[in-house]
Ligand binder design. Sequence first.
Ligand code: UD1
Length: 349
Amino acid sequence: MNVVGARPQFIKAAPVSAALARRGIDELLVHTGQHYDASMSASVFADVGLRSPDANLDVGSGSHASQTGAALVGLETLMLDQRPSAVLVYGDTNSTLAGALAAAKLHIPVLHVEAGLRSRNRFMPEELNRIAVDHLSDVLFAPTLLAQSNLESEGLGPFTMLVGDVMVDALRNLDRREPSGAWVSESEEYLVATVHRAENTDDRDRLADVLEALSRLPYPTYLAAHPRLVSRAHEHGLSELLESGSLRVRDPAPHSGFLAAVKNSQGLVTDSGGLQKEAFLLGVRCTTLRAETEWPETLEGTWNVLAGGRLGELSSLVQRDTESVQGEPFGDGLASERIVEALERMLSD
Ligand code: UD1
């Protein structure tokens, strides 16, 4: 059973699902329904080449407890009914936690893709999800050496396999396809921005500071409006700021079109974890609207800098120089093959 729920998980699961199909392993693809708007769900499936889910639990939005609880109940029912031989979960969302917990309590082996990340910020719900899921899982697929050593230091070394990062696999697959839609005017120099983390959106003053700093940037700044950003800006009476100064709001774009826009930009400003890494892999300067990152590998050569507490300096940070050489901390693009090989070995034991 492959469990997904939020947009980044559709991207990560796509290469794994394809590798399962190539090896003839039966896959039950389950969508918890954590993300449900067409732009956050159905169109992402289509864009990354992930087949339609076999089941959708429609859990929708809610508090952490209600969303995780609904996914837990739905997944447990499905697992009892379908009796999967193993459950694959991805990343650090509430859907990941629900999938790992439901399976572990039914004694179904749990395999965690993208294990071992740590931001060391326990105020982030995702950090709590990561820690809990890693300790519930039977097999931990670490994307990087640092993730592997984080797991070792928590006593989880014996369950850990360094496989590389499935986002590299995903990016290679996307590279072979045409970008599916123009999202910016490519005749100009521009920046791309995204903001969706609770720490940047839930507090009114923080959100106002972030939007004001973005509106003062020296290039037109295309802001991909995550539904959480739009709804919090509306609740806080800050909707006008979304369109002020250099800011140009856009609906979330198809993934490949969005990455094409990032690739051709002067830089990305974001608080997303996955996008910090995608910018690094595309060789684009990233400025992160957080004080820490679970992907410190991206800080190499100042390809990424942390600007969480330095909003006043944002304009100069986005124009900084980067080193020209990059290492390859995220692996070779064959992570999904290694994951499915490990799964096959586990199933045949
Ligand atoms: C979730 C993940 C986060 C991940 C992000 C990717 C958790 C704790 N967080 O955050 O790790 O980086 O997904 O996007 O699991 N909404 C809609 N339509 C949708 C989905 C959400 O309008 O299809 C709005 C609702 O107002 C909702 C809010 O966005 O309350 C937040 O959605 P939610 O799934 O709870 O968290 P994300 O911020 O998307």
